[in-house]
Design a protein around this ligand. Structure first.
Ligand code: FAD
Length: 648
């Protein structure tokens, strides 16, 4: 029997980014004992890296804004594939979540008359992003952490124990959700530093693990984003939707190679930055698609006028949704009009004074000076697309964030699917985290409370199986753990996990990247089959105490699963929409708008090369009629089928 310490909590939240912390605060405020587990240091999550801001229709800078306009923009951005109920809840509740942050101590930048300032971003009709310079995520996480600490202080006053009702386990990684029959019963984890195993038993588990960007070679994501939550959900019997939709942010750094992929915030364009090719042309005017033509400027003069007088000018095309801008940059580079290092130029130096740039974009100024020796107040930046965000994720109930089909499992934030449809608008992630993080925490607490004394049980056999799986990369020597079928047995030389990571990232980047073709995606699936086979022979040396090779080996299982989901779904969807662009099917197809592709774990196959993912097509629920009324018929015709329009 494995030695793994057991701890009992009511709700366990995996992840301490914005979604996880907001969920944990809510569950604790409901009076439930809540544990938070995070892979890295507390406070180090994607959320802390967020730069531009939180989208919420507070109408502080333009009174025309309201939740209906935000809903419309979100649906347009997602090309109407969004789970409309999530988009509705998000647009309605985002302003309250931002106000709430202020009551907890957040300090946003202000307008001249002292209100929370809001900035422009791609795809948002009005200035809508509440921000703190270009370090908004830092303020968000700082505020949520401060709230956790204040709750702990309350608990101390009452019980004498700071961690009586909310406790953070940092630098701990969950490798399995443990179940009791159909129900969730807890999680199995290891401590990074000691390698020790432990189990947290809880009837409710909230997944808030963020994205999958590390499956691609060029990415703005950091080392933790190996799709763990997506994989944990699949392995627990949940399904993932929309995995073909991966957002390539148009502006990542392209030079020097060591920093390729690091994000250049969209605020640079929101505040007036323009994109130019090697001929000096503002090329985005050539790439406004028909569905957006009425809303975007046709001349530079009109576009520039919009910054001062948005009511009488149309928006600059640099502020099209991200998928459009990323494709345009890709096309310019391919046509030979790129910058020296394979990107295009993004210029603020000729658009704002040096002082304004340093005040509004302090992190960008610092980032380029330190990493690329470029002074953005005097010269343009070189930028190109970088894998940034996954729209696909756990198939959840829109209102409760409960994962469909797995009682006790909830998901919020980037790990949840549906909210953003085929493409997320900038700023809509931070608001998503707060809106659905709160809902997940609330409903996870209600579910745990309703379990009463009928708590699920974590059985020794489940713990042994999870431990055996985690120890497999050590071979037979590391601990007396049972070797399971398909273990380190297949013929061939031992494999290095670092090498397998590299090859997987390169394959996904080259074959399932920003522009996709059938042959390439089929080749990607072949490569993934080979990598799965080689992963069986992965061998790591040393001990469980802080062993990065072992950690990489454990992450690889998750990366292989999510990469297969992305490649299979992308191959299946024979159209282009949002974050999924097919060279061989360049148009959007109204029939496909009604379909979600759903990934589940396939029954175990004899042959390790056979895929692990089963894919099925599912019809989307029709959009509620009062929400459809918010759009002009001429616009709906571009997205909805004739049948849907007649039943509207
Ligand atoms: P994260 O903040 O990614 O947190 C995930 C947590 O899960 C971490 O604590 C991690 O350690 C933990 N975890 C993962 N796997 C495990 C495991 N197996 N076991 C235990 N813990 C685990 N969005 C906006 O709306 N506005 C912006 O301005 C913006 N700017 C961005 C800038 C950058 C550079 C990046 C990368 C993203 C930006 N985004 C922005 C997107 C947004 O930041 C993310 O989508 C969002 O923060 C995700 O939050 P989350 O709570 O879902 O997950």
């Amino acid at each position: 029997m494995t030695h793994a310490e057991r701890r009992q909590w009511d709700v366990v939240v995996i992840g301490a980014g914005g979604a996880g912390l907001r969920a944990a605060i809510e569950a604790r405020e409901q009076g439930l004992r809540t544990a938070v587990i995070c892979k890295s240091l507390f406070g180090k999550a994607h959320t802390v890296m967020a730069e531009g801001g939180i989208a919420a229709s507070m109408g502080n800078v333009n009174e025309g804004d309201n939740w209906q306009v935000h809903f419309r923009d979100t649906m347009r951005g997602g090309k109407f594939l969004n789970q409309w109920r999530m988009a509705e809840l998000h647009a309605r509740e985002a302003p309250d979540r931002v106000w709430e942050l202020e009551t907890w101590g957040a300090l946003f930048d202000r307008t001249k008359d002292g209100r929370i300032s809001q900035r422009n971003f791609g795809g948002h009709e009005y200035p809508r992003l509440a921000h703190v310079g270009d370090r908004t995520g830092l303020e968000l996480i700082r505020t949520l952490q401060q709230k956790v600490v204040s709750l702990q202080q309350e608990d101390f006053r009452e019980t004498g124990d700071y961690e009586a009702r909310i406790k953070v386990f940092q630098e701990c990684t969950v490798t399995r959700i443990v179940k009791d029959g159909e129900r969730v019963a807890g999680v199995f984890c290891y401590e990074r530093e000691s390698g020790r195993f432990f189990v947290v038993e809880a009837p409710s588990v909230v997944l808030a693990t963020g994205g999958i960007g590390k499956s691609f070679q060029v990415t703005s994501n950091s080392w933790e984003y190996t799709g763990d939550g997506h994989a944990l959900a699949l392995l627990a019997g949940a399904s993932l939707i929309n995995m073909e939709f991966v957002q390539f942010h148009p502006t990542g750094m392209v030079w020097p190679p060591s920093v390729k992929g690091i994000l250049v915030t969209e605020s640079v364009r929101g505040d007036g930055g323009v994109l130019r090719n090697s001929e000096g042309r503002r090329f985005m005017f050539d790439y406004v698609p028909d569905v957006f033509k009425e809303k975007y400027a046709e001349t530079e003069e009109e576009a520039d006028g919009w910054y001062e007088d948005p009511d009488r000018h149309r928006r600059p095309p640099e502020l099209l949704p991200r998928d459009e801008v990323a494709r345009a940059i890709n096309a310019e580079v391919k046509a030979g009009r790129g910058s020296p290092h394979g990107g295009v130029f993004l210029d603020v130096s000729t658009r704002m004074s040096a002082e304004t740039i340093k005040r509004r974009l302090p992190s960008m100024h610092h980032q380029f000076r330190e990493l690329a020796d470029v002074d953005i107040t005097a010269e343009p930046m070189e930028v190109g697309p970088t894998c940034h965000y996954v729209m696909g994720g756990v198939d959840v109930d829109s209102d409760t964030a409960a994962a469909q089909g797995v009682p006790g499992l909830f998901a919020a934030g980037e790990v949840a699917g549906g909210m953003h449809g085929s493409n997320r608008l900038g700023g809509n992630s931070l608001s998503d985290l707060l809106v659905f993080g709160r809902r997940a925490g609330l409903h996870a607490a209600e579910y745990a409370r309703a379990c009463g004394d009928d708590r699920p049980v974590v059985r020794d056999a489940e713990v042994d199986a999870a431990a055996a799986e985690a120890l497999r990369p050590f071979g037979t020597g590391a601990e007396q753990a049972p070797q399971t079928a398909g273990g380190a047995g297949s013929a061939g030389p031992p494999e290095n996990p670092y090498q397998l990571h590299q090859e997987l990232q390169q394959s996904m980047n080259d074959l399932v990247g920003i522009i996709r073709r059938e042959e390439e995606m089929a080749a990607a699936l072949e490569r993934l089959a080979t990598l799965r086979e080689r992963a069986q022979r992965m061998a790591v040396e040393g001990h469980r105490q802080f062993n990065p090779g072992w950690h990489l080996a454990l992450d690889l299982r998750n990366m292989l699963l999510v990469s297969e989901c992305v490649a299979r779904a992308a191959l299946n969807r024979t159209e282009s929409r949002g974050g999924h662009t097919r060279d061989d099917f360049p148009d959007m197809d109204r029939e496909w708008r009604r379909a979600n592709l759903v990934c589940t774990l396939a029954d175990a196959a004899e042959d390790v090369r056979s895929g692990r993912i089963a894919l099925r097509r599912r019809e989307m629920p029709p959009i509620r009629s009062d929400l459809l009324e918010l759009f002009e018929k001429e616009e709906l015709i571009k997205y909805l089928t004739d049948e849907e329009l007649t039943t509207k």
